[in-house]
Design a protein around this ligand. Structure first.
Ligand code: G6P
Length: 367
């Protein structure tokens, strides 16, 4: 397979732009559109026996796992324990008999995640691996393989693998819910319809690229950036901050919007852009009130929301990024795009080495 940048300046840009296609490709393996069913490529495994889920991963893959925790608990009512792989093994984790351990990894080779897999396996957990490289060590050592079909990811900072991981984890959440008797056929049909909308919604989100590029300069001059979100947008805020650190070399922190008052609010001034991820929906008002606390202290807010959210709360922001209206289930997948594009354009504005950021490796195979 020929791997080049196509018409893009960087692999990262190409990979961001590939997302509608590779997420569709991934979803194709998990959705039975004609029957309105969400399925997994592990037909013989009975998910109804799962009492507890442990998720372990590193970096961006870990944030995909954090989103999944919200989904598994909300849809399937299964308790989820989640940890970064480097901590998991050394904290004497308690794993219930009959538990499912999910490792998430683009490469399938990250040393810490692999060690966590082996530790949990030795403790009798069933191991499911959400990996992008089907020939990887994790894919081979797992009991259940849940592949993402993102294709080779070259940019060191993960992008398309993340949205594909979310697509697989959403399918897994739906299957867990079904197995637990918590999803009716009508609900399943609705979920299939929402997931089927994702590729088009990703395309729409990519359509905001120029607008994001135009406002990237306001972030590029900052020394510190704060990213805020609630619910599944909290892990996205963490991912947004990680992307800024990785490729733009800007110190950025992701925070749960409601936790801001317990510390980071002390940092707010006109020099710290605050990026707020707040799609309209049940948590919108709460996040907006946190955003207004920032504005009341002279903070400069960038609001990422849909037309409805921007109409309601966009006034007084230094910039707004308008996303297509997305159902709460798929919003974290769609909102990954502006977060990635913003970091990308900030990095380009600063002239950093986008695809090979300093000190980072694509796959970290040492502990
Ligand atoms: C490195 C990469 C990140 C990636 C992380 C986990 O730090 O730079 O982009 O998220 O490893 O990698 P994995 O292959 O396990 O998903």
């Amino acid at each position: 397979q020929l791997i080049d940048k196509g018409n893009h300046r960087h692999f990262m840009a190409k990979e961001i732009y590939e997302q509608p296609i590779v997420v569709a490709q991934t979803l194709r393996a998990y959705l039975q559109r004609l029957e309105d069913k969400v399925t997994l490529p592990i037909p013989d495994f009975d998910l109804s026996v799962i009492k507890r889920v442990t998720i372990v991963a590193c970096g961006t893959s870990y944030y995909a796992g954090m989103v999944a925790k919200y989904w598994f608990e909300q849809f399937a009512r299964v308790a989820v324990d989640i940890d970064v792989a480097s901590e998991f093994r050394y904290r004497a984790p308690v794993m219930e008999d009959g538990g499912l351990m999910i490792v998430i990894s683009q490469s399938g080779e990250t040393a810490d995640t692999l060690a966590a897999l082996r530790h949990a396996k030795a403790e009798g957990q069933t191991i499911a691996a959400v990996v992008n490289v089907p020939t990887s060590t994790m894919a081979r050592e797992a009991d259940l393989l849940l592949p993402t079909h993102a294709g080779p990811e070259i940019g060191v900072a993960s992008t398309k693998a993340f949205t594909c991981q979310l697509a697989v984890l959403a399918a897994l959440a739906a299957n867990l819910a079904k197995a637990k008797g918590r999803m009716t056929p009508e609900e399943e049909k609705a979920i299939v319809a929402h997931l089927a909308e994702v590729p088009a919604a990703l395309n729409d989100a990519l359509g905001r690229d120029e607008a994001i590029e135009a406002m990237a300069g306001a972030v590029a001059v900052a020394r510190d950036v704060l990213y805020l979100g609630r619910g599944t947008d909290y892990p996205l805020a963490l991912e947004g901050a990680l992307k800024l650190k990785e490729i733009s070399y800007i110190h950025a922190e992701g925070y749960a919007a409601g936790e801001m008052k317990h510390g980071p609010i002390a940092l707010i001034d006109e020099h710290v852009p605050v990026i707020v991820i707040a799609p309209s929906g049940p948590l919108f008002e709460k996040t907006v009130s946190n955003m207004q606390e920032v504005q009341a202290r002279g903070g400069k807010v960038v609001l990422i929301s849909d037309a409805e959210g921007i109409a309601a709360a966009g006034e007084g922001c230094i910039a707004t990024i308008e996303m297509p209206k997305a159902h709460p289930l798929i919003a974290p997948i769609v909102y990954a795009v502006p977060v990635q594009l913003l970091a990308y354009h900030v990095a380009v504005a600063k002239g950093t080495d986008v695809d090979q950021p300093r000190n980072l490796a694509k796959s970290v195979t040492v502990e």
